[in-house]
Write a protein that binds this ligand. Structure first.
Ligand code: GDP
Ligand code: IMO
Ligand code: MG
Length: 432
């Protein structure tokens, strides 16, 4: 059975949650591998809507195993709240969830530092989700992080916490002129949560290896998107993890030769939450139209998403960086009523014309989009299930995207529900 990475090709919120939930039917293990509860993945099943932040989007299928890999920054409180909320709604979370012992913990001081350092940045603030993601990964890289496995060793955990608090409290009090954290209180709070988390904790890399040897199919669920990747995104306006394909490997402990496909989820237009350049951004009524039609409000923070036309430069770049084998195009129905649609095919930067996504954020900030205009279809596509059901202008739009990205579109999402999907080529062939 194939092992497949699903990831975002733009600035996040491409509809990864819907696609992973849908493809879970054919997979065995669904793995989150980077980011944390900054993600908001929406699943719509009939009249019910679920927004997942940390738990993989496979959780609605009780017979599948969901895995939180070592690459995740895990906030114990956010995790338990999410589990409690799911259980309240009748979704079982028990043996079907496994958490790596090497996840770095997000603790309350990370959240506090995230907020304070954003304030300090003033107009160059990143517009983070305020979840403490960046500061937790800073500790990981500084080799002072505390991991899920440490929760099983109270003495070691307490020592690490005590040492870190000396530094964190100094930062909080002296630099941010705020209040520090009390060791005793924090220790007790986290240990209480730890007791509930430990039964899920295991060596998930070993587990996935064994599952793969048994012939199980692994489905990797990316968070954020390629342009928010710490290395390949619009740095410094990025998140603090590798949202690109390599993150699935380092963040799960699964080797590259086990991966069969890398599929990029791509919105039929572009959105971004938070600061940083967005070359095709529409600030006037056209942007407002896309936001309302597409209900573009952050699934985690509720912030309005910035909207713009489809940016082929960005998606072609994503195809290269991730070695994409296919695209999954979402939200094409949002464009249904438009009489004309624009595709950005290149940028003008000063006197230069470029077709490759620029390396430096200053160039992306200066980029003026070059557009190709294509006719709209002005007919409903919402809920379409077959390629033949799409108006010919919509088919032409999809084909243009394929051409510019250099990657085939293998699925098209025409609504938020599972059934509202056109499958051109099933990534899980029946014979596999
Ligand atoms: P994710 O972070 O990539 O999982 O995406 P989000 O859940 O943050 O945002 C995608 C939004 O679009 C959610 O509200 C989905 O329910 C919705 N959605 C997904 N696919 C489609 C689609 O094809 N059409 C429409 N209209 N909505 C969709
Ligand atoms: P999903 O998985 C969209 C953005 C934030 C901010 C930047 C850094 O739902 O696609 P962080 O809190 O991560 O340090 O913020 O990244 N961001 C997202 N934008 N979708 C997401 O996740 C995001 N997760 C983080 O808005 O600009
Ligand atoms: Mg989202």
């Amino acid at each position: 059975m194939p092992n497949i990475i699903i990831l975002g090709t733009q600035w996040g919120d491409e509809g990864k949650g819907k696609i992973v939930d849908l493809l879970t039917e054919n997979a065995d293990c669904i793995i989150r591998y980077q980011g944390g509860h900054n993600a908001g993945h929406t699943l719509v099943v009939g009249q019910e809507k679920f927004v997942l932040h940390l738990i993989p989007a496979g959780i609605l299928h009780p017979d599948k195993t969901c895995v939180i890999g070592n690459g995740i920054a895990l906030d114990p409180q956010a995790l338990m709240e999410e589990i409690d909320n799911l259980e309240k709604r009748g979704i079982e979370v028990g043996q079907n969830l496994k958490i790596s012992e090497a996840c770095h913990l997000i603790l309350p001081y990370h959240r506090a530092i995230d907020k304070e350092s954003e304030e300090l940045k003033g107009t160059r603030r990143i517009g983070t989700t305020g979840r403490g993601i960046g500061p937790a990964y800073v500790d990981k890289m500084a080799r002072i992080g505390i991991r899920t496995g440490d929760l099983a060793h109270p003495k070691i955990f307490r020592e690490k916490l005590s040492k870190n608090l000396q530094e964190m409290n100094y930062l909080m009090e002296k630099l941010f002129k705020s209040h520090g954290f009390d060791l005793e209180t924090l220790y007790r709070e986290v240990m209480t949560l730890g007791e509930r988390i430990l039964p899920f904790v295991t060596d998930t890399s070993q587990f996935l290896w064994e599952q793969n040897r048994k012939g199980s199919s692994l489905l990797f669920e990316g968070a954020q998107g390629t342009l928010l990747d710490i290395d390949h995104g619009t740095y410094p306006f990025v998140t603090s993890s590798n949202a690109t394909a390599g993150g699935a490997l380092t963040g799960s402990g699964v080797g590259p030769t086990l991966i069969d496909q890398v599929l990029g989820v791509t919105k039929a237009y572009t959105t971004r939450v938070g600061s940083g350049p967005l070359p095709t951004e529409l600030t006037g009524s056209e942007g407002e139209y896309l936001r309302e039609k597409g209900q573009e409000y952050g699934a985690t923070t509720g912030r309005p998403r910035r909207c713009g036309w489809f940016d082929a430069v960005c998606v072609r770049y994503s195809a290269r960086i991730n070695g994409l084998s296919g695209l999954i195009l979402t939200k094409i129905d949002v464009l249904d009523k438009l009489d004309s649609i624009r595709i950005c095919t290149g940028y003008r930067i000063g006197s230069r014309t470029v077709e490759e996504f620029p390396r430096h954020v200053e160039d992306v900030e200066a980029a003026q989009p070059i557009y190709e205009d294509v006719p709209g279809w002005q007919q409903p596509t919402r809920g379409a299930k077959r390629w033949e059901d799409l108006p010919k202008e919509a088919q032409a739009y999809v084909q243009k995207i394929e051409e510019y990205a250099g990657v085939p579109v293998i699925m098209i999402s025409t609504g938020s529900e599972r059934s509202e999907t056109i499958t051109i080529q099933n990534p899980f062939p029946a014979s596999a």
